[in-house]
Design a protein around this ligand. Structure first.
Ligand code: MN
Length: 442
């Protein structure tokens, strides 16, 4: 299935759900992202819904409105995760999206009464982890981040020789994934100061976040059959914001020679809304042009169509709200504003690389982009980069506080937004987490 513009992207479309038409909403009728929810404060069964304005449409409460592929997709929405829907393939999800776009469109009053009774205000809903995570892989696709992080360790040769050939990644831990707002606790770990003869076991001191985009795999591939770059989007269901919480002091001691382990596996937050690959079609752009002298990707990672439209223009803003800011009702501190269009590797290249050894990708696999950083000082997606490994503290002007790394009680908030002339902007909602103190020693 190729991803192209269709009637659901029409910038003229409005909805009879009035809140979907308000300028600045993340959820106009052109978005229609999926989430898993239940009514707040109840033990109701969790089920899948679709965001429209400031409401959630409970698909299971209006099943009778759908037929064919759309009905099959709607039936899958009775489940407590999106996996069944994702496994059906993008054609089914697309049929459901098309039907929803027509049903919710301004001027179509035919089924408004049934639909209205299936709408639940987002403010009354508890949003849950949307996907049962099969496997979790985190990439390293921003060359700006790779260079900035590498410079701290190797000032003369920040980028390792494999970077421009290999979409570098590591396998993370599926059970570390939690939904926005869930608990994130400062981990304990082995810490070793550069001048100390041995490590100590203690709460991590250099606690960081990473601004990332998460990609969900819909249909699985077969073991032994690599997915080509050209076919990768058949397997990509959608995207969420992702915060790869990182304990830098644990990481720097443990990572050699096998890569990140416990420094990352204590918590990874994702936003509850999954924005489909189809909704992002208007925001596809060319993959970053490689600098002169850079090698071309090897043939199995190179596809002309992917190069010309395989990147996504998604701006991700990160802010920090400290306990003191909350007490004083002071504005949050802007950490960064970066964009996934600057990634060195496309999402299709990540999928192709992941499966290039014959290892299958599975429904519910989550793949992180790696920290999304840009070239400028206000586009750095981690504190490691902003404070240059803690050497240059960051001043929080609203309260006069300083930070090198996160302190207990700090809340880190991401927002994602797509904007392009001639199209209605769409957003991802928020991905937030507040750092809890380390557990007491037993
Ligand atoms: Mn990461």
């Amino acid at each position: 299935m190729t991803i192209s513009l269709n009637a659901t992207h029409d910038p003229q479309l409005r909805s009879w759900v009035e809140s979907a038409n308000i300028a600045g909403t993340d959820f106009p009728i052109q978005n229609l992202p999926f989430a898993v929810f239940r009514t707040q404060g109840t033990q109701e069964a969790a089920r899948c819904g679709v965001g429209i304005g400031d409401e959630i449409l409970d698909i299971s409460a209006c099943l009778q409105l759908f037929t064919g592929d759309a009905r099959q997709a709607a039936d899958a929405c009775a489940e407590s995760t999106l996996n069944a829907l994702m496994a059906l393939g993008n054609q089914a999800a697309s049929a459901l999206r098309g039907a929803l776009s027509r049903l919710l469109a301004a001027g179509n009053e035919e089924h408004r009464a049934v639909l209205s009774s299936a709408l639940i205000p987002m403010s009354n809903a508890e949003l849950l982890l949307p996907v049962k995570i099969a496997g979790y892989t985190d990439f390293f696709a921003s060359i700006h981040h790779a260079t900035n992080a590498g410079r701290l360790f190797r000032p003369d040769a920040p980028l390792l020789p494999n970077y421009k050939y290999v979409p570098v990644g590591y396998n993370g831990r599926a059970n570390s994934i939690r939904v926005s707002g869930d608990r994130v606790q400062r981990p304990w770990g082995q810490l070793k100061a550069a001048d100390a003869p041995a490590p100590v076991f203690a709460p991590a001191k250099r606690l960081d976040y990473e601004v990332e985009l998460g990609m969900y795999i819909g249909t699985s591939s077969r073991d032994g059959e690599p997915v080509s770059v050209a076919n990768a989007w058949d397997h990509i269901f959608g995207f969420s914001l992702l915060n790869d919480w990182s304990a830098r002091d644990v990481q720097s001691w443990e990572y050699q020679p096998l890569g990140p382990f416990l420094a990352k596996s204590f918590a990874t937050s994702v936003s509850p809304w999954v924005v489909t690959a189809e909704a992002l079609a208007p925001f596809r752009v060319a993959v970053l042009t490689r600098a002169e002298g850079d090698p071309a990707p090897l043939p199995h990672l190179l596809d002309a169509a992917d190069q010309s439209s395989g990147a996504l223009n998604i701006r991700i803003d990160a802010t920090l709200r400290t306990a003191q800011m909350r007490e004083n009702d002071a504005p949050a501190h802007t950490l960064s504003r970066s964009n996934t269009e600057l990634l060195y590797w496309s999402f299709a290249q990540m999928v192709a690389h992941h499966s290039s050894n014959g290892s299958a990708i599975d429904t519910g696999d989550l793949m992180g982009s790696g920290t999304v950083s840009g070239a400028s000082q206000d586009a750095l997606g981690s504190l490691l980069e902003i404070t240059r490994g803690g050497a240059e503290p960051m001043l929080l002007s609203a309260t006069g506080e300083q930070r090198t790394f996160l302190e207990d009680g700090d809340e880190v908030i991401f927002r994602g937004r797509c904007e392009r002339d001639g199209h209605v902007p769409i957003g991802f909602g928020i991905c937030t987490g507040t750092l809890l103190p380390a557990h007491k020693p037993s």
